[in-house]
Design a protein around this ligand. Sequence first.
Ligand code: SAH
Length: 197
Amino acid sequence: MIEEQIRGRGLDEPRVIEAMRAVPRHRFIPEAYRSQAYEDCAVSLDLGQTVSQPYIVGLMTRLLDVSVSDRILEIGTGSGYQTAILARLARSVYTVERLSVLGARARETLESLGYDNIQYRIGDGYEGWTEHAPFDKIMVTAAPGELPDALFRQLKDKGKMVIPIGEELYSVTRSGDEAVKVHHGGVRFVPMVEDGG
Ligand code: SAH
C-alpha cells in the first residue's frame, strides 16, 4: 500500500509515511470488508459511511503540516483510522462524530491500540468543540457545502484546516479574519450532515 499508492504517487513526507506504516488499517475496518483494507479505494464502515482511500488520507495528512506540538480538531471520526495517524504525529487530537455507533467503535479500536492522546465526542461537528478551542489545526473528513464558520473561528491565527467542500479539497489558512484557501483537486466524501435541518 505505502510503496504503490502513497510513495508511488509522489507523497513522500517521511513523518506521514512513518505514521501510515505504523497504523494497522485493517483493525479499523469492519470484518465484512476487512479483505479490502489495503486496496486502493474507500472502504465501507456500515451506516452509509466510508473510510477514505489510503492516498487521500496521506494527502490530507501531509496538507495539514502537522507538528509534534499541535492540538488538532478532527470532524468525522468514522473508523478512527485518520484519527490514529494524526495522534501519532501531533500532541493531541479532539475528534467529533455524530453517529454514536461509529464513535464508540472507533474509540474501542483506538484504545485497544494504546492511543492515549485522543479525546472523543459524539455530537455535531458544525459546532466544533468550543471548550478546547482554539486549535492549531482542523481536519474535516465529511464534506459540507461551504466552509463552516464556527470551525474557522476555532482555528488559531495562522492555523490550518484541511476540508473537502462539496467535491473539492481545500486547505484553509487563517490570517486574522481572512480565510486563505488553496484548492487541491477533486475528491468525493460523504456529506457533512446538518442535523438541524
Ligand atoms: N476519517 C474517517 C472517515 C470519515 S467518513 C476515517 O478515517 O474512517 C465521515 C464521517 O463523518 C462519518 O462517520 C459521518 O458519520 C461523520 N459526519 C457526517 N456529518 C457529521 C457532522 N455534522 N458532525 C460530525 N460527524 C459527521
